[in-house]
Design a protein around this ligand. Structure first.
Ligand SMILES: [Zn+2]
Length: 161
């Protein structure tokens, strides 16, 4: 995997984690939003939640483009300390939130580019508002985690007995 592919891959995961930081419930447990989150972080999390929640790729694309525009993404080649060329997608002057926004947005953008938006899912378990990237072979996953799958199975089991 080259550096850029790894960056995109990590970016999609970062997008999911940022959006999940605002889930009202995670894996059956109610969560309070982090009161220390800054206003720019809060609005990035909100924007990512709306993008991941988009049913149609066109709505996701519009949200992703808006994030890239707001973060002033500016691809630029720079040599790293070992002299290897690296393509940076954020402006060299970008603050931490803008760097995160560009990373998350480009990570999600590559999912659209790969025609893989259907792998972005929200957990089907009750009392879980988390999104996840379904990396299963035929993208048939329904739950964000083993914890949620087990909760659902235990519930069905109780109902049968
Ligand atoms: Zn879940």
């Amino acid at each position: 995997m080259n550096m850029l592919t790894a960056y995109f891959d990590e970016g999609a995961q970062v997008a999911v984690e940022l959006a999940n930081a605002r889930s009202p419930f995670r894996r059956g447990v109610a969560v309070e939003p982090d009161p220390t989150a800054s206003a720019p972080l809060w609005s990035l999390q909100t924007a990512l939640r709306a993008i991941l929640d988009a049913d149609e790729p066109v709505a996701a694309a519009t949200g992703i483009n808006a994030l890239l525009h707001a973060a002033a993404a500016a691809p630029m080649l720079e040599a790293d300390p070992e002299g290897r060329w690296r393509l940076h997608l954020h402006s060299p002057h970008a603050d931490e939130i803008s760097r995160m926004a560009v990373k998350a947005a480009t990570g999600l953008a590559t999912l659209l580019d790969d025609d893989a938006w259907h792998t972005v899912k929200s957990c089907a378990a009750e009392r879980c508002g988390d999104f996840f990237l379904d990396r299963s072979r035929n993208a048939s996953g329904r739950y964000c985690s083993r914890t949620c799958a087990n909760r659902v199975n235990a519930r069905l089991h109780r109902r049968r007995h």
